[in-house]
Design a protein around this ligand. Structure first.
Ligand SMILES: *Cc1c(COP(=O)(O)O)cnc(C)c1O
Length: 441
């Protein structure tokens, strides 16, 4: 089809589109050619996705996923549209080497203002995984600049997820696919046990000792500890006590190890605090942001660090951070991100997330009685039904769609993290769909 440039201009009928998609387009974690037909989305507005054709009797689905944690304000938002349009009129992109611009500078200042005190320097990257790569590079280079190049391993706890490029993969949960597939290829990192579950649970003293001991034992080879604070997302949607994040901060300080908090999923209000680190009252040495940063409009991420890390690198043997993506600081993405964070701060995000949390708690109450469901957990705008078995993704997706909701269960759970603007009725539909997906998937 590549030879016929006009073919792309006339609209594709849905059959043709799906056929081309199957033959030519990779989807996340998919085979080639694709086996399961995806749904074709025509447009999206508010909390609704409009499909090109009916699926399970529905043309529109309430989005229970916020497009993987990102679309916190919903789709086609007039303020974000206007920010994008206005920026497009002046420039979509210019290189960041030797040039700068207002959208990137405004956004960086805003991020410094709202993240935990002490984070002052912002590296803008194109995706969450790349921001984790940059965070790791910062930490390794910091120690090398101090003449301590042996400190180049990472420690994390089990059950985490930090992205799909190499350094992030090496600190994802070692159980399951990627580590087994890539053993001998991935850098070997230090793993502590998974944090005991429960956001409100009393901290387990034995586990705190285990964390401290693991940091202490490996201190000479550790550049950094990297974890998702409070909520482990794609590794299993588990919540834990902020006390463990504090324990890591203390252990890292005691043993001269840097602390990286990956807030790519948890940032911008999702857990009920603006950043999950705020639950713990902790400032990391490096913090990664992504996903909801642009309100789900464009790909953008950031790695923020403290003056200590920045100075350590910049006064070292190679006194620069050798990283510079082509689309670094993309003005279009930065302008939308600035508008999205502005929208969050100007509205009452905390009350909205609390309302969503209440809706999820009410709608999922008693769901642990359903056959196949072993637990229910809700924190902020995140709701999870834990299953006692692997979810049948296709069956669960259809069951949710019959209730007019888009859900994408994975592993052994059905979960939702709806946009903060989801109305109460739509929230009730999301919960009903989760129950149905758990029962049928
Ligand atoms: C999604 C995610 C990433 C990776 O971000 P991408 O933009 O998909 O590369 C990293 N860490 C966490 C905690 C995430 O949820």
């Amino acid at each position: 089809m590549g030879h016929d440039s006009h073919a792309a201009r006339s609209p594709l009928d849905t059959r043709e589109l799906l056929d081309l998609d199957r033959r030519h387009v990779w989807h996340p974690y998919g085979p080639m050619p694709g086996r399961a037909a995806p749904l074709v989305v025509e447009s999206a507005s508010g909390v609704r996705l409009r499909l090109a054709e009916e699926f399970c009797g529905r043309r529109e689905l309430v989005d229970g996923m916020s497009s993987w944690w990102s679309a916190v304000h919903g789709y086609n938002h007039p303020v974000l549209n206007e920010a994008a349009r206005a920026q497009l009129e002046s420039m979509s992109h210019v290189m960041f080497g030797g040039l700068t611009h207002e959208p990137a500078v405004r956004l960086a200042k805003r991020l410094v203002d709202i993240t935990p005190a002490g984070l002052e320097h912002v590296f803008l990257a194109d995706s969450g995984s790349v921001s984790v790569e940059v965070a790791v590079k910062m930490c390794l280079q910091y120690w090398r600049s101090q003449g301590r190049g042996a400190k180049r391993r990472l420690m994390t706890w089990r059950g985490g997820y930090h992205g799909d490029t190499w350094q992030p993969m090496s600190v994802c949960d070692p159980e399951g696919g990627m580590h087994e597939l890539w053993s001998g290829v991935l850098p070997r990192q230090v793993f502590a046990d998974a944090p005991p579950p429960g956001f409100g649970a009393a901290p387990d003293e034995a586990y705190v000792r285990h964390l401290r001991e693991t940091v202490g034992r490996h201190a000479d080879e550790l550049a950094a500890v990297i974890v998702e604070p409070v909520v482990q997302g794609a590794g299993g949607m588990r919540f834990h006590s902020p006390a463990y994040v504090r324990a890591l901060r203390e252990a890292c300080d005691e043993h001269d190890v840097l602390l990286v908090l990956d807030e790519i999923a948890t940032g911008f209000g999702r857990t009920g605090a603006l950043f999950a680190a705020d639950h713990a009252g902790v400032t990391p040495d490096v913090m990664c942001l992504g996903k909801a940063l642009t309100g789900g409009y464009l790909t953008l991420a950031a790695a923020l660090c403290t003056p200590r890390v920045a100075a350590g690198i910049s006064q070292g043997e190679v006194p620069v951070l050798a990283h510079g993506p082509t689309f670094m600081g993309n003005p279009l993405a930065a302008a939308v991100a600035d508008a999205s964070v502005g929208l969050l701060l100007e509205g009452d995000w905390a009350a909205e997330v609390r309302r969503v949390e209440e809706g999820l708690r009410t709608g999922l109450a008693g769901a642990e009685e359903l056959p196949g469901v072993t637990g229910v957990r809700v924190l902020g705008a995140i709701g999870v039904l834990q299953l006692g078995h692997e979810a049948d993704m296709a069956a669960a997706t259809r069951a949710a769609a019959r209730h007019g909701v888009w859900l994408r269960p994975f592993r052994d759970m059905v979960y939702a993290m709806p946009p903060y603007v989801t109305g109460d009725e739509d929230l009730a539909a999301v919960c009903a769909a989760m129950r149905a997906a758990a029962a049928e998937g």
